[in-house]
Write a protein that binds this ligand. Structure first.
Ligand code: CUA
Length: 333
């Protein structure tokens, strides 16, 4: 291939890739698509640092280009040292120090006290245990793998982990915070725009780290209160014949040893609480959607979908049994 051909090829590849790269900057898992006060502060920090870096780069390289190419020999030798020290040390140090001090000044904002609601999130292998503590509550409302928040209110997060370090991050709502076994960390978020965003574990934690995600749903405060009241209720009984057969399978296969379905004999604490799993927007901590097919697929191919997950695959069940089980779980609204 000729030189110009290669150049054209590279340009074509660039033209193809650029929109893909830029597409990563928008959407529901973008720190630049701020939907809350804390994310807006971080997005602003990002832009100011970017602009600062570009200004510094242009000023220094511009000066270097001007002095060495355009105005070569026009300045006395004696200016060299002051120029190098001023432009190479003093100016970058002052600019970067200014940006650093301003950036560090934003940190306390990420730890403001909340307006009442507390959410405890525990990083598990590889899912999220979620407990809502409304103001004055003496026991939590337990859920998993999805976080719902009232818009316009600041929620406090108490974060920890069962065995390894995870990192809790909802880019569209704010900064990330590590989750350590045996040490509680704190973060507070004030979402502003109702919508569905995506959270993602941001610390490598094992084989399925990349599959450790969740939906973050920001709701108007009244809708959130209704949802939380519904979430606190025990599970609805299975209605259809298929769902009742699924409920019987859930019992006979021993699912209740690991999972809780409040209001039934299933009180396991190892895996996610499934009391209202049917109302969640994703399955397997963001691994799948929430259609009946997704439920069947999750139960049948658990380990293939999420390597090294602690739940065994129930591939010995027949298609009809998987279907019943899916209908039971999907019905747990
Ligand atoms: Cu949990 Cu990465």
């Amino acid at each position: 291939m000729s030189g110009s051909g290669a150049g054209l090829g590279a340009r074509r590849v660039g033209a193809f890739l650029l929109p893909l790269v830029l597409a990563g900057c928008a959407g529901r898992q973008s720190a630049l698509n701020a939907a809350g006060e804390d994310a807006a502060a971080i997005a602003q920090l990002w832009w100011v640092l970017l602009i600062g870096a570009v200004v510094l780069w242009l000023a220094m390289n511009g000066a270097f280009f001007y002095l060495s190419r355009i105005a070569k020999g026009r300045f006395p030798e004696a200016w060299t040292r002051p120029l190098l020290i001023g432009g190479g040390i003093v100016f970058p140090t002052a600019l970067l120090a200014g940006l650093l001090v301003w950036g560090l000044g934003l940190l306390p904002d990420q730890r403001q006290p909340g307006d009442g609601l507390r959410v405890r999130v525990t990083g598990e292998q590889w899912w999220w245990r979620v407990e809502y503590w409304p103001e004055g509550a003496d026991q939590p409302i337990v859920s998993a793998n999805e976080i719902r928040l009232p818009a316009g209110e600041r929620t406090e997060f108490l974060l920890d982990s069962d065995r390894v370090i995870h990192s809790f991050w909802i880019p569209a709502l704010g900064g990330k915070m590590d989750m350590f076994p045996g040490r509680e960390t704190f973060l507070s978020l004030r979402p502003e725009k109702p919508g569905t965003y995506r959270g993602q574990c941001a610390e490598f934690c094992g084989a399925s780290h990349a599959w450790m995600a969740f939906e973050a749903v920001v709701m108007p405060p009244e809708a959130f209160d209704d949802w939380l009241r519904a979430e606190a209720r025990p599970a609805v009984p299975a209605e259809s014949a298929a769902a009742r057969r699924g409920a019987a399978l859930f019992r006979s296969e021993g699912c209740g040893a690991c999972h809780t379905v409040r209001g039934t004999a299933a009180v396991g604490q190892v895996g996610p609480d499934l009391t209202h799993v049917g109302s969640r927007l994703s399955l397997g901590a963001g691994r799948l959607g929430a259609t009946l097919d997704d439920y069947r697929m999750w139960v049948e191919h658990t380990g293939a979908l999420k390597p090294e997950v602690r739940m065994p695959a129930y591939s010995h069940l027949s298609d009809a049994q998987l279907d019943d089980l899916a209908r039971y779980l999907k019905g747990l609204k």
